[in-house]
Design a protein around this ligand. Structure first.
Ligand SMILES: Cc1ncc(COP(=O)(O)O)c(C=O)c1O
Length: 481
């Protein structure tokens, strides 16, 4: 395949294997100052060689070794936007644990944020039928009318929210919805208010949108719920977006309606402030806790962007399907970004999404079965960790995570490992010693905790618990508990 490159680059002759000595070019006696690429010899074509300032046109069969790239003076700097963003720690740890498993180490992986259930068969069938029936073309950018109408129906029935299909944007996952929303509404210097512990992507999404994340800490003793007074004290004319996540990743906390009402009263005083309500875990909730959509509160519909998706409630992480609902003005702006970015979500996944929403309230029987299993696992883990000295727990009311305070162990030494000084070293220790993969709390903005995902079977969790206990007894809490 022909390639062309007009740039002039510096090369050392010893890096060029000149095969054709008949050309009379001595690679060791001459210094080539530059070589300019312009034509075709597979991917490494060149036309002329400049020798001591004189240009010699050569037909040469030279082999430029793969390490030629070392010699190219290429500017490899990246944009400030990339440099401002941290890679996802949850993805990094999951990848590390997967690599260990592939290398034969029997690691129990409790780091990932995805249900361990298969996508319900009725949904999978709908996806397969879409392929069989040739439903494999581009859809409208905002998503099919069929799916957007089904989403409107769902939001009305389950959340008490009234939207029309032109107020819905379907994207390749909820993550894309959140990024597009932030890109659409934030101007440089705006502030995005994020209660901590937070889902790892929120601050990075704020930075990608040229906004400044403003992190508001919460307390385990307050079930990691945002203190309205703290919120009030931090709001100003730069505050543009408040991100709420209930049920929460990573804490499993669920915001009671009364607290949301207090937050709404504060939000109402700030005309520039919008709210992004991430409700992706709404159906993974343990009674008596109930879910309230922020947009359903008086005066909040106009300023709320509700994000939801199929990944968690319907075990559809790989299908990449999520949606945003909000006032048309904002939704259209997000759609404009999407139209130049990814276009519409997969036609196949959208058909599957329609089937998912047709399964009944909160995913029908399949949803109930999944939540029942999650609840059993939560109960097991809460009981087990309560038996472990020095660990503080706020019992989660939703999602499938426990966010546990292990900070009483910081400062202790482990034989053959060294100092446990923070959540990261504790997670490394548990991976080394116990072969259990967990995520350090500092990834979520709270270094005193670690996150354990219970999207794994009960026997797997029982095995993990034994390993964690065995590893922890080898440590002495550094502070009396
Ligand atoms: C709180 C929260 N919001 C959004 C997402 C993104 O979900 P999706 O798979 O739809 O992009 C996740 C995924 O882990 C999440 O935990």
């Amino acid at each position: 395949m022909a390639a062309s490159c007009s740039s002039s680059i510096s090369l050392r002759p010893d890096r060029i294997g000149l095969r054709d000595r008949a050309l009379g070019v001595s690679s060791d006696s001459e210094t080539f100052r530059s070589i300019s690429f312009s034509s075709h010899l597979h991917n490494l074509p060149f036309k002329s060689l400049e020798k001591r300032g004189h240009v010699h046109s050569l037909r040469m069969s030279a082999v430029v070794r793969a390490d030629i790239s070392e010699q190219m003076q290429i500017d490899i700097s990246l944009s400030p936007r990339v440099n401002s963003v941290k890679p996802s720690k949850t993805v990094a740890i999951t990848d590390q644990a997967t690599a260990l498993v592939q290398a034969g180490v029997p690691v129990i992986r409790l780091a990932a944020g995805e249900p361990d259930f298969d996508t319900p068969s009725v949904i999978a069938e709908a996806g397969m039928n879409a392929i069989r029936e040739g439903y494999t073309r581009y859809t409208p950018n905002a998503g099919t009318l069929e799916l957007r109408s089904a989403i409107c129906h769902k939001l009305k029935e389950e959340n008490g929210l009234t939207y029309t299909p032109d107020q819905i944007l379907v994207s390749n996952g909820a993550k894309q919805c959140i990024l597009q929303a932030a890109l659409a509404v934030c101007s440089p210097g705006d502030e995005v208010i994020i209660p901590a512990p937070f889902w790892v992507s929120y601050p990075e999404i704020a930075r990608l949108s040229d906004a400044k994340p403003v992190i508001l800490p919460t307390l385990l003793s307050e079930n990691f719920l945002l203190d309205p007074k703290l919120l009030e004290s931090k709001l100003n004319e730069k505050s543009r977006l408040l991100i709420l996540c209930s049920p929460s990743n990573p804490t499993g906390s669920v915001y009671p309606k009364k607290l949301l009402e207090k937050i709404a009263n504060i939000v109402a005083k700030h005309p520039r402030l919008l709210v992004l309500s991430d409700e992706i875990y709404e159906h993974i909730i343990y009674a008596p806790a109930t879910h309230t959509s922020f947009a359903s509160l008086p005066g909040m519909w106009e300023r709320t962007l509700t994000v939801n998706g199929f990944s968690k409630a319907f075990a559809m992480t790989g299908w990449r399907l999520g949606y945003l609902a909000g006032p048309k003005h904002f939704v259209a702006a997000c759609g404009k970004i999407q139209s130049q970015f990814t276009s519409g979500a997969s036609s196949i996944s959208q058909k599957a999404g329609v089937a998912a929403l047709g399964m009944g309230y909160a995913g029908g029987e399949a949803g109930t079965t999944m939540v029942k299993a999650f609840r059993e696992r939560r109960d097991f883990l809460v009981k087990s960790f309560k038996e472990l000295k020095g660990v503080k727990i706020s019992e989660p009311q939703g999602a499938f995570y426990l966010f546990l305070d292990f900070s009483s162990y910081y400062g202790s030494e482990a034989e053959g490992f060294g100092l446990i000084k923070d959540s990261e070293s504790l997670c490394r220790y548990l991976l080394d010693k116990g072969q259990v993969a967990l995520v350090p709390g500092d990834a979520f903005g709270d270094d005193s905790c670690i996150r354990i995902s219970y999207a794994a079977s009960l026997p797997t969790l029982q095995g993990a618990m034994e390993r964690i206990k065995e590893a922890m007894v080898l440590l002495r809490p550094a502070v009396p508990v």
